[in-house]
Write a protein that binds this ligand. Structure first.
Ligand SMILES: [Ca+2]
Ligand SMILES: [Ca+2]
Ligand SMILES: [Ca+2]
Length: 461
């Protein structure tokens, strides 16, 4: 980290000499000439635990939400990148609290050779007991969904085992009896149709059961219905539940017991977005017309492109060092708090650095939106005033001063998913030319997530 440019010291000495020569009346007071050390903290605050989430609730050809009868299917589509996983859950409508779902971490969408998956993926789906209600005989017990409306003693007691767990082909019900669960593949069929060029996947969930031969109960064959459901796309983690642990109370219970998707979808929506890391960055404390970048002009090829496309700070730092005004300070931030080596700041991480500033100084910095092609976070080109009109340091939460820019050096694709974005490209310089080569702010029409949902900027003394 560079706190002072060498030229700064001689400039200060010169201005002090000039002030002395003028007789002292107009000399700056010591409090004005002594620099103030300010701590700058840039924290990645992205709360996002999944890239995408959504519901499917209306069968293909249907006009209103409802469960699938035999032969019916839900379909939903989304784009996804390599390494990302799909998870979903739908209620087995005849149960107390069982869902058809992927494993907690979801299912892979790309093969090891990089090709998208295609065809029948039903083997990735199991029946899971969400552990929120005791298990009765499906379609027969008084508190199963088909019967609970007429039950006289409420919606069903708590499950004696509150953990989310997989249901085997033979399961012991809460009253101790054994129930032969139909094979998952005799009830549901899930197929995936990929489009390798657009990275779009269409998932089809079909009810393949028969009302007269699939689910045998003590009262004869009963229907199998599959409720509307919730899906997520993640880069990791377990978005809907964890095997062996209690339901999280975020809405899965309403899906598992009543086939209702709204509560779970709403809670997921709050944590859906791109949890991009931000890269090391370059900062500048300055008073003059020096800037790290300008808006409305093409990248002047001084190194901004390398930060914006791959988080490499060296070229911009070296260029700026060469032609910096004598009273400006240039530095870098590279290592997140608590880390031992340079690297990106993921959600929960922060970069901190100290600047030594005087009234009139402004702070500018740039750092890559790591999951983009060529986007960077920064202040405005002119920077943030580090002192107010009274000469007092500006401290506190300055996140409102942050912006997201497109460097105009590479065609922008969907963050985290486009093949030439930071996490998807195989080479740091991969990508197509931007259709607009000017540096510009990324508008909410292009990217709706507010900058403050990604970064918190705090300045303190
Ligand atoms: Ca249960
Ligand atoms: Ca671009
Ligand atoms: Ca790229």
């Amino acid at each position: 980290m560079i706190k002072f440019h060498a030229g700064r010291v001689s400039a200060l000495v010169a201005s002090a000499l000039v002030a002395t020569a003028c007789g002292g009346e107009d000399m700056q007071t010591p409090t004005q000439t002594e620099p103030t050390t300010l701590k700058v903290r840039l924290e990645n605050v992205a709360p996002f635990t999944q890239l995408k989430s959504g519901v499917y609730n209306t069968r293909v050809g249907g006009t209103a939400p409802g469960p699938l009868a035999p032969g019916d299917a839900f379909e939903f589509s989304f784009t996804a990148g390599k390494g990302q996983k799909l998870a979903f859950a739908s209620m087995l409508g005849q149960s107390n609290d069982w869902v058809f779902a992927t494993a907690p971490g979801g299912m892979d969408l790309y093969l090891e050779n990089g090709n998208p998956i295609s065809g029948d993926v039903t083997a990735n789906v199991s029946l899971w007991d969400v552990g929120t209600e005791l298990n009765e005989e499906p379609a027969v017990g008084p508190h199963t969904l088909p019967n609970q409306a007429s039950s006289v003693d409420g919606p069903g007691a708590a499950d004696p085992d509150p953990s989310v767990r997989k249901i085997g082909s033979q399961t012991t019900l809460s009253n101790g009896s054994t129930f032969n669960v139909p094979a998952v593949s005799s009830m549901i069929k899930v197929t995936v149709t990929p489009n390798a060029a657009t990275r779009q996947f269409t998932v089809r969930i079909q009810n393949v059961s028969s009302d007269t031969s699939t689910m045998q109960t003590s009262q004869g064959y009963k229907p199998v219905r599959i409720s509307p459901g919730v899906w997520t796309l993640t880069t990791g983690g377990e978005p809907l539940f964890t095997a062996g642990q209690k339901d999280r109370g975020q809405g899965l219970e309403a899906l598992a017991e009543m086939g209702q998707v709204t509560a779970l979808a709403d809670s997921l929506a709050k944590t859906t977005g791109t949890a991009t890391p931000v890269s090391p960055g370059v900062y500048l404390v300055h008073q003059g017309s020096d800037t790290l970048f300008q808006v409305g002009v093409p990248d002047p090829k001084q190194g901004l492109e390398r930060i914006a496309e791959s988080g490499n700070i060296t070229p911009l730092y070296e260029t700026m060092k060469g032609w910096l005004a004598s009273n400006a300070q240039l530095g870098t931030f590279t290592t997140p708090e608590g880390a031992t080596s340079a690297g990106p700041a993921k959600p929960g991480n922060a970069y901190t650095f100290e600047v030594s500033a005087r009234p009139g100084d402004r702070l500018t910095f740039v750092t890559m939106y790591g999951m983009s092609n060529d986007w960077f976070f920064g202040t405005t080109p002119e920077g943030i005033d580090l002192f107010d009109a009274a000469g007092e340091p500006v401290t506190g939460d300055l996140s409102a001063s942050l912006h997201l820019y497109d460097a105009g050096t590479e065609l922008s694709e969907e963050p985290a998913i486009g093949p030439n974005t930071g996490p998807q490209q195989s080479d740091p310089d991969m990508g197509l030319a931007d259709t607009d080569n000017k540096i510009r702010e990324v508008t909410s029409a292009t990217y709706a997530t507010p900058v403050a949902s990604h970064l918190k900027l705090t300045i303190s003394r």
